[in-house]
Design a protein around this ligand. Structure first.
Ligand code: AVI
Length: 315
């Protein structure tokens, strides 16, 4: 199914139900990916900085725990600009490790840029960019190489699944790993609820623009007539469930026509579309989740404030 067809399907289904939903998977068109890069540099969005600190201070320990003697593949699921992964790459190049780097992303454009940049930085490093979804990519790799793998799933990407979906994802991921492979997952930890909420409702309004861009994308790709001024970003953290939820709220009673679907959707005043979950975990919840997914925890690396964890798992 093409991305456009699945967007159409998501919109048709999601806007027909109550409550209305749209999947955060569709945030990342060219503009959305660019806005996400800006989010990662915001002072409120602590996640990137905390994980960067973990890699900066503990990259040697992380790589030692994995074991870099035999040739291996470093696979980055949802690589983006590989801001944090570059710390590992530099360390591995310094150690003269035998490895290849495989960044995988659903967005073609940032992947292109990354592969080009790495070609300049590390001319001798074999880099293969894969524009694919996670499982297509892993399937391709299993068919093409028998090398040991370190699979990275960083940046709290796992938080964009509900806990039930996250377990399904980890189980599926596990089934594509050999016993000697390892998985390193970056997970945002539970913390002061106010700090979490601010990270998803920044004062410069970049996260609001990122959320609203989903409607702009539907306008472009499915010829819809969303008036972006008549919707607003709203983000709320629930400290009991650990879920940060983002919404787009209709400011008024209105109709939106989506030409590609030949459908009109009605919005009540203050009706919300749920667009994203960003789930936060405690270390205990991570242990329980790993156990249910038959993954053993080899090591847990956290930053000094215990706000973020990178967890090394074995199948
Ligand atoms: C990509 N993902 C981990 C981000 C998050 O924190 O959930 C996406 C994001 N949404 C709003 N701000 C950032």
């Amino acid at each position: 199914m093409s991305d456009e067809a699945s967007l159409a399907q998501n919109v048709a289904q999601g806007l027909s139900q109550i409550p209305k939903t749209l999947s955060s998977r569709f945030f990342y068109d060219a503009k959305g990916s660019q806005l996400f890069q800006q989010i990662m540099a915001l002072p409120e969005y602590y996640l990137t900085e905390l994980e960067y600190q973990i890699f900066k201070k503990q990259r040697k320990e992380i790589l030692y725990a994995f074991g870099t003697q035999a040739p291996f593949q470093l696979i980055d699921l949802g690589a983006g600009d590989a801001y944090k992964t570059k710390l590992l790459l530099q360390e591995l190049v310094d150690q003269e490790a035998h490895f290849s780097f495989i960044p995988l992303d659903i967005s073609q454009e940032p992947l292109h840029q990354l592969v080009e940049e790495l070609g300049h930085l590390y001319p001798h490093l074999p880099v293969t960019g894969l524009a694919a979804d996670y499982f297509q990519g892993l399937h391709w790799l299993n068919e093409h190489s028998k090398d040991r793998k370190l699979v990275l799933f960083l940046g709290s990407n796992i938080g964009n699944f509900s806990p039930v979906e996250a377990e399904g994802f980890l189980l599926k991921l596990r089934s594509s790993l050999a016993p000697q492979d390892r998985l390193l997952i970056g997970i945002d930890l539970r913390k002061d609820p106010r700090k979490i909420r601010l990270a998803y409702d920044d004062s410069a309004g970049v996260t609001a623009a990122f959320n609203l861009n989903l409607l702009a994308r539907i306008n472009h790709e499915l010829q819809a007539d969303f008036d972006l001024d008549q919707f607003e970003h709203f983000a709320e953290y629930n400290p009991i469930s650990g879920t940060m939820r983002s919404y787009l709220v209709s400011r008024q009673n209105q109709e939106v026509h989506v030409k590609a679907l030949n459908r009109t959707f009605h919005f009540e005043a203050w009706e919300a579309i749920h667009t994203e979950n960003s789930h936060k975990y405690s270390l205990r919840e991570i242990q329980e989740m790993a156990k249910r997914c038959h993954l053993a925890i080899d090591d847990v690396f956290t930053d000094a404030s215990h706000g973020f964890a990178d967890v090394l798992l074995r199948p």
